[in-house]
Design a protein around this ligand. Structure first.
Ligand SMILES: [Zn+2]
Length: 385
């Protein structure tokens, strides 16, 4: 027979488990910070690789928001679609995109290409977009791509969406807070004074009522914000809250995770992160883009297509950064050595290395460049043994 202390420990452990969110290897995470409603603590570009895809959310703020933005599997460019598949860039010309289907979370282009994007919704949206682009001519495609990038950088719309979500979830947050107070304050107090046997039945009834209310309110918020997403996702979330009341203690985080997936990571970082972290993050994204743009070899269809896409994205980002008082040179200059043992850095992902030369472990074929002062170090001073 489980006693009162054990029962409460089990409840706390189950609650802590609810703070783990599983992420795909491609997901970009914006985690809510302790002291604020939805400002972000840190943008985490690759929280997971093949081995690690879990994020621990703040257990003390059950009503905070957390955003996740899957990195697009598909680059929809002017001449065709580029797909990253295990490090390789696959090019599919739009003339081969006459038939685009999405089924079971997969997307099939013509007879030959079948891909699994990180999210079901990503497959649906990409299939819609690829079909729309295949019907246009190159000039119209350029306009379409530019408009899409511009929209994803619109900070005003981003703030409106966050504010709308925050006001739409007012009742839900009240119920979730009441639920937490009941579970972690009132329930232990009544167990202390009345004993587990007397307290458990009324506590269970209250928990079921609050979970049902949370589920009903969550369904309404889902319909308002994610009406175009597959309804299976909604029913999985709602069903979990009804059948497993512990999950109803934290309804805001799962509801807010997909809220900003249509925004560009640069806009998210600029508007939602603190200044220093945002700058570092935007610098890394820009360095990657500029590197791809400079290193692409024209001639190969995939490289030419990527170059054209990078040019549109860089132009849009440059306008965005200028409008927001950020200089592109300042953001992308070589990093300061993080400590004296760092000698080189990767020009694409900006990670620093202690080796004097070599290739970036994350980016593969990219040669490391010397950090400031290290170049002269190497020539004027013999290496000490
Ligand atoms: Zn790298």
């Amino acid at each position: 027979m489980v006693g009162a202390p054990e029962f409460i420990v089990i409840l706390v452990v189950l609650y802590a488990l609810e703070c783990f969110v599983k992420l795909g290897p491609q997901d970009l995470v914006f985690q809510a910070r302790l002291t604020s409603r939805y400002r972000l603590q840190k943008p985490c570009l690759y929280p997971g690789n093949g081995n690690w895809g879990w994020l621990f959310l703040n257990p003390f703020r059950p009503t905070s928001m957390a955003f996740c933005s899957p990195q697009a599997t598909f680059v929809l460019a002017e001449d065709g679609v580029l797909v990253r598949q295990s490090g390789e860039l696959v090019f599919i010309h739009y003339k081969d995109c006459a038939e685009v289907l999405s089924r079971g979370g997969q997307i099939q282009i013509g007879l030959h290409y079948r891909f699994s994007p990180p999210a079901f919704e990503d497959a649906l949206r990409s299939a819609r977009d690829i079909a729309a682009l295949a019907a246009l001519n190159p000039a119209e495609r350029r306009l379409w791509i530019n408009a899409k990038i511009e929209k994803s950088l619109n900070g005003g719309l981003l703030q409106d969406r966050i504010d709308a979500f925050w006001s739409a979830t007012r009742k839900l947050r009240t119920v979730a807070s009441a639920n937490c107070v009941g579970a972690f304050l009132l329930f232990p107090i009544s167990v202390w004074f009345a004993g587990l046997r007397a307290a458990i039945i009324p506590a269970a009834i209250i928990a079921i009522v609050l979970s049902a209310a949370t589920a009903a309110l969550s369904a309404r918020v889902w319909d308002q914000f994610y009406g175009d997403r597959p309804s299976a996702e909604k029913w999985m979330l709602i069903g979990k809250m009804v059948l497993y009341p512990v999950s109803a203690l934290r309804p805001i985080e799962p509801l807010s995770l997909p809220l900003l997936i249509e925004w560009h990571p640069v806009a998210l970082a600029h508007h939602l992160c603190d200044r220093l972290r945002a700058r570092r993050f935007i610098g890394t994204i820009l360095a990657g883009l500029l590197y791809d743009n400079a290193a692409g070899e024209a001639g190969q269809p995939a490289s030419t297509t990527l170059l054209k896409y990078c040019a549109i994205e860089i132009a849009a980002l440059t306008r965005f950064l200028e409008n927001n008082g950020l200089g592109i040179e300042e953001l992308t200059r070589p990093p300061e050595p993080s400590n004296s043992s760092c000698k080189t850095y990767c020009p694409k992902c900006m990670v620093q290395y202690v080796y004097l030369s070599g290739f970036c472990a994350d980016c593969g074929h990219i040669a490391l460049r010397p950090l400031k002062d290290c170049g002269s170090d190497r020539t004027t001073q013999p290496k000490r043994r």
